[in-house]
Design a protein around this ligand. Structure first.
Ligand code: ADP
Ligand code: MG
Length: 313
């Protein structure tokens, strides 16, 4: 019998997607950062992400406030990746009985702070018992029809851009795993790029957020847009702090940028002649959209691999 580790997270999602048809009113069901429902002038965006103790956070490293913060950020990052704005949030959470009230409240304080910062109201949810702390946040948002940016909107000839440093979150995780100290700030309290996304949405083609590494996100854009991509190794932005962490741990930080994830930066494509329109957000050009194949270019041309997969670690 095949196991989930044989087909991976995305293999499973493909099988799930095949079971549900796209009905009238559903502009996009499974297969992007958010589901998209059609209204009159706008699209409604819906997304949900679950965080499980031990997999997505570790109580020894993160405070409850930081866990609450992150659970909201990861969802709003998906809304940002469609070019939209978050509006409403629903929080479902499982606690074990011995959890202290103050701990539980701190989680919600972190959620409240992130929601307030990004303009979302939490309006409901569900609370239940579970041995592992599990948090699911669902977000409803909106986007003007002309601003919707899908994974499938890339065009041959577009340049591929990223909004900021990559590999910074995984660097912190690896430090904790190694029992070392250093640059862990971003891993503990990531941010998302809602403001940048809103500025660029009217001018760009495809967009996705970085949850599983640049390599995985470029693959999603290529699959959905039915195009190929070339990424230039030397153009991938990796900060000095992340490089130093790589040196300390003896790991090439490029691996974190390509196959790590949780940076919640944006990867987007834009025709090169429109680049001046988004100069104000300092886009970093890392490659271009080609007809087919996915390559990492250095002195030689290599195949670009996959990204982080929850069932194939
Ligand atoms: P992201 O990393 O942007 O949160 P995912 O890789 O988790 O996106 O999901 C990709 C697509 O698959 C999305 O459209 C999502 O809604 C869908 N999806 C993931 N898991 C499930 C599931 N259990 N049931 C239905 N759809 C799912
Ligand atoms: Mg996403």
């Amino acid at each position: 019998m095949k196991k989930l580790s044989d087909i991976g997270e995305f293999g499973l999602i493909e099988k799930i997607a095949a079971k549900f048809e796209s009905d009238e009113g559903i502009y996009k069901g499974i297969g992007d950062d958010c589901a998209v429902l059609e209204n009159q002038k706008e699209y409604t965006l819906l997304t949900t992400d679950m965080l499980v103790e031990g997999d997505h956070f570790n109580l020894e490293w993160q405070t409850p406030w930081q866990i609450g913060w992150k659970s909201v950020i990861v969802n709003i990052s998906d809304i940002a990746a469609m070019g939209g704005l978050p509006e409403w949030g629903l929080v479902s959470i499982a606690f074990s009985s011995d959890v202290e009230v103050e701990f539980a409240e701190n989680i919600f304080d972190g959620m409240a702070e992130a929601s307030k910062k990004l303009g979302m109201d939490i309006i409901g949810g569900d609370t239940t018992h579970g041995n592992l702390l599990t948090i699911n946040v669902a977000v409803i948002g909106k986007v003007e029809k002309e601003n919707l940016c899908m994974r499938g909107d890339a065009e041959i000839g577009d340049v591929i851009c990223v909004s900021g440093d990559l590999g910074k979150s995984w660097a912190g995780l690896e430090l904790f795993r190694a029992g070392e100290k250093g640059y862990t700030d971003y891993y503990l309290q990531p941010d998302c790029r809602l403001e940048i996304a809103r500025k660029i949405a009217p001018h760009i083609n495809a967009m996705i957020d970085v949850s599983d590494g640049l390599s995985s996100e470029v693959r999603h854009i290529c699959d959905e847009s039915k195009v190929g991509a070339e990424v230039e190794k030397n153009k991938i932005p990796i900060s000095e702090k992340t490089r130093k962490t790589g040196k300390k741990l003896g790991i090439d930080p490029l691996k974190w940028a390509l196959h790590g994830g949780e940076d919640f930066e944006l990867v987007f494509t834009i025709p090169p002649d429109r680049l001046p329109l988004i100069e104000n957000v300092n886009p970093i050009v890392v490659g271009k959209i080609i007809e087919e194949g996915r390559y990492l270019i250095n002195s030689e041309k290599k195949k670009l691999g996959g990204g982080y997969d929850h069932f194939n670690k």
